[in-house]
Ligand binder design. Structure first.
Ligand code: C2O
Length: 586
């Protein structure tokens, strides 16, 4: 146990002589109890940050930043970062599969919270799962660390299952946003997704390292964007007696089965490809995802989410998050409730979670590098969004998004492995065809979306959508990206849900039998439903897709929404030009 004298001195000198950790004597559990009783004695606690937040809102209102119009529309544009939860008000969480009484609160709900002291250690290098399997020393350490984590007392914040509950608490609505008691804290479906998970992994990794007294320990990454990493890593599957093993999975997906980015339960969405064809399709999807989203961060990372905003009302996840959701489904049990990986409340119980997220994090790192390390959202509401974790020194700490943007600050990096989707790939058009014969007879009239919401369940929804501008010049494309927007997506979140979006050029007013090219996807894991229909949105870049389709001169496009699982109501489909945030890299 570290003594961490340096930052202890910065703890507010509460009348509560908590945990004099300087002595290094008191065990962690004792410390936590003393904190609890401290709270019970009514000792001073930090004022909730909501007052600050409201001040800022007042200022914004005074400056005209919050318009009455927006408020009247019922969508108050709150300009404020999402604040860390008030741990003392943590309550039961819920998931559609596991019910409403999930106990996901951390055991340190009234802890003193300090700003995190970033590690000052040698750079740690995360390696690919298919590489570390050959390193028996590493594997022994990893297993030993996880075994120790599992053996900690149940209520120890470092305990394996307590660590998994962190994900449940932040994702299954155990917290309400401070100052907005009806709005849950949610770290999916928005620009918070990547930074929150980066921190979650960081502390998890540091704790594992601490348990085996190894400051260099790193989690392996599941290199699912490479042909040799596209199976479930054998470090998690080969040995059922390993501490890394988890029985709650779809074992039919164990190696040699190849991951399908288009998977949803019971539904291999693509064209039923296997083997190298499936690998190529996945690589092409990854390549396209990067290519289309490099000019505009929200396409990759998700939409803004500000204090007081519900995460899945009008905004939406980025494409990296959607692909990651499909991987969750592919690992989790195929039958409902889709534990462990298929349900946010249980996902952290599978060690594979942390390797999936290592790679998601690595892909973010690559994305950022491609963009010359440009800050993705130069917006204090993102940069100052704040989370709380239990750190490797047994201290409850707060961390801000702005401090995790460079992995170097957290003292880790990724081993360089080949990035095959960067190569020239022969990405054939992802043709989804009802019938391949007699194409000319299969031309169908496709109308506009219309002004009313439309159902999307068993059959594909095809609409003709006008483009704001055709035959755009290179300079125009560098200035603005073309995106297809699917608005007001309502879905019964009790179950898993997925639809895919395809784009084709029409023949006059008619659509061919071919759905055209895959533009992206909307994937939800089962969440908390109770029949409540949540709304989300989807935004997909199509600038280079139209070049591939040679459709730049088309006035209209046929947009096809292909339901894979679940039932949706769609509010509208539009094509817009959005200002790029990264002009020089288009
Ligand atoms: Cu918080 Cu992979 O999800």
């Amino acid at each position: 146990m570290s003594t961490s004298v340096g930052f202890l001195s910065s703890i507010a000198p509460s009348a509560c002589p908590l945990h004099d950790r300087r002595s290094g004597a008191a065990p962690c559990r004792r410390l936590i109890r003393s904190r609890v009783s401290c709270h019970g004695n009514g000792e001073a606690r930090q004022p909730p940050p909501s007052s600050l937040l409201m001040d800022r809102r007042d200022v914004l209102i005074a400056l005209g930043g919050l318009t009455g119009g927006a408020a009247a529309a019922g969508k108050m544009a709150l300009a404020a970062p999402v604040m860390p939860p008030d741990l003392s008000t943590c309550h039961d969480a819920s998931s559609s599969g596991l019910g409403d009484n999930l106990k996901c609160c951390p055991p340190y709900t009234s802890a003193d919270i300090v700003d995190y002291t970033f590690p000052d250690t040698p750079l740690r290098v995360r390696r690919a799962a298919q590489e570390v399997i050959k390193d028996s020393d590493y594997m022994d350490k990893y297993k030993e660390a996880v075994r120790k984590m599992k053996e900690l007392p149940d209520d120890h914040p470092w305990n394996f299952y307590q660590q998994a509950l962190i994900h449940c608490a932040y994702c299954n609505e155990a917290y309400d946003q401070v100052g907005f008691p009806t709005v849950p804290v949610q770290v999916h479906y928005s620009w918070l997704f990547l930074p929150w998970h980066r921190y979650y992994l960081h502390f998890y990794e540091r704790i594992l390292g601490k348990l085996i007294d190894d400051d260099t320990f790193t989690l392996p990454f599941w290199n699912f964007d490479s042909g040799d990493g596209m199976t479930m890593p054998e470090i998690f599957t080969a040995d059922t007696s390993s501490p890394l093993y988890n029985a709650n999975r779809d074992t039919s997906h164990y190696s040699p089965a190849i991951l399908d980015y288009k998977y949803s339960y019971g539904n291999t969405a693509g064209s039923g490809e296997t083997g190298s064809a499936l690998v190529l399709t996945n690589l092409c999807t990854m390549k396209k995802t990067f290519k289309e989203s490099l000019p505009l961060a929200e396409l990759f990372m998700g939409d803004p989410l500000r204090a007081g905003q519900e995460a899945d009302t009008s905004n939406g996840p980025g494409q990296l998050e959607s692909i990651h959701n499909a991987v969750h489904m592919w690992v989790g049990t195929p039958d409902s409730p889709h534990i462990d990986m298929g349900d946010f409340s249980t996902a952290g119980k599978d060690c594979i979670f942390f390797s999936l997220h290592s790679n998601v994090d690595r892909l973010w790192h690559i994305y950022r590098t491609f963009r010359g390390n440009k800050t993705e959202f130069n917006d204090p509401d993102w940069l100052d969004s704040t989370f709380i974790f239990y750190d490797e020194n047994e201290q409850v700490v707060r961390v801000k998004v702005r401090d995790c943007l460079k992995p170097n600050k957290l003292r880790y990096t990724y081993e360089e492995v080949p990035i095959p989707w960067m190569n020239k790939l022969n990405c054939v058009k992802t043709t989804e065809t009802k019938e391949k014969t007699k194409a000319e007879l299969s031309l169908v009239r496709v109308g506009a979306f219309g002004s009313e919401p439309r159902e999307l369940s068993k059959t594909a929804l095809r609409v003709m959508v006008s483009r704001p501008k055709k035959s755009r010049k290179k300079a125009e494309k560098e200035d603005k990206v073309e995106v297809v927007q699917i608005k007001d997506i309502a879905v019964d979140t009790d179950g898993p849900a997925r639809f895919d979006v395809y784009i084709a050029a029409p023949y006059g007013d008619l659509a061919g039998p071919d759905y055209g090219d895959f533009a992206g996807t909307f994937v939800r894991l089962p969440h908390k439903g109770k029949g409540k229909k949540r709304k989300g949105a989807l935004k997909l870049g199509i600038t280079s897709l139209l070049e591939d389709l040679e459709a730049e001169d088309a006035e209209k496009l046929v947009v096809t929404l292909v339901p894979r699982i679940g039932e949706f109501t769609i509010g509208g489909v539009a094509i817009k030009l959005l200002q790029t945030d990264n002009p020089r890299l288009v």
